[in-house]
Design a binder for this molecule. Structure first.
Ligand code: ZN
Ligand code: ZN
Length: 286
């Protein structure tokens, strides 16, 4: 799936997600993977691989992608992972060394919510807290630009130049939340701090959408039910919301209808991420 239809956004998404099977999303403009799924070949383009957690359907392809990048003599990527999972992930990668007679090389970055990591000048990866059945984070990508301080908006140019030369601050940083991605989480991640849900594009998991499975089973797996999102619809204040990670109990053709009540609750446009590689984004859902 390639989707570039988010109005007001200068980036596009590639990827797809099916709960328990594979979640892999990429922003080619930033060379950024948000989870890696089984490690399909297009993902070797990513110099930054941000893992929300280490379940196989999100991170299983890491060793393969690293190996392919080495085969093609690409530089070692940065691999961001929740700090409490970093040692085990390192051990897994190291175990491949003797198995394939060459080391898997990457720059493993253990991440914590509240920290931020520069993807490129002015573009930051910011982990936020999520709640799953093992260590997990979500990620927001923000862009920081310097804007003229508002009190100088009407000042003559010479005055601004004079101030700048004197060392006085004439600009201030403006932070734009571009994209948030939750990975797998219980809905309480929204209750902790929903600031990330105001991003221009928010990709949130919605594993179960109706009563095909008991609600308690959804919670036991550390997942979000559409019912949970309905209760928190007011927290989604951005322009575009993408739901993903649908369970296999749902048929793809039923999903737009199941999501319609939520679409009517949020101010922005609602989309459904496809469940197969060749699928297309559905939305805006009316
Ligand atoms: Zn998952
Ligand atoms: Zn998971």
């Amino acid at each position: 799936m390639t989707f570039s239809g988010f109005s007001g956004c200068d980036f596009h998404l590639e990827g797809y997600s099916l709960g328990g099977i594979e979640t892999a999303i990429m922003v080619p403009q930033w060379k950024l993977a948000l989870d890696l799924g089984r490690g399909r070949r297009p993902f070797i383009r990513c110099d930054h691989i941000a893992l929300t957690h280490t379940h196989m359907d999100h991170a299983g392809g890491l060793a393969y992608v690293l190996s392919l990048r080495q085969l093609f003599r690409m530089k070692p990527p940065k691999v961001y992972v929740p700090s409490r999972a970093a040692d085990s992930l390192r051990a897994m990668l190291d175990a491949w060394g003797p198995l394939q007679r060459h080391e898997l090389v990457c720059d493993l970055v253990p991440v914590e919510p509240g920290e931020r990591y520069e993807l490129r000048k002015g573009l930051w990866l910011e982990p936020f807290r999520t709640r799953h059945v093992l260590p997990s984070v979500g990620y927001t990508v923000t862009r920081e630009t310097e804007k003229l301080r508002p009190e100088l908006a009407d000042a003559p140019r010479e005055e601004i130049v004079r101030l700048r030369e004197s060392g006085a601050p004439v600009t201030r940083p403006i932070r734009d939340r571009l994209l948030s991605f939750t990975g797998d989480t219980l809905p309480e991640a929204l209750d902790d701090d929903a600031g990330w849900a105001s991003a221009r594009v928010v990709i949130h998991e919605a594993t179960f959408l109706d009563d095909s499975k008991p609600y308690e089973a959804c919670r036991a797996g550390g997942h979000t039910h559409l019912r949970d999102l309905m209760e928190r619809a007011h927290l989604f204040t951005g322009d575009h919301v993408v739901l993903s990670h649908f369970s296999q109990v749902h048929r793809w053709r039923d999903i737009p209808g199941l999501l319609r009540p939520f679409a009517q609750q949020i101010s922005g446009a609602l989309y459904a991420l496809p469940t197969i590689e060749a699928g297309e984004m559905v939305g805006p859902i009316e």
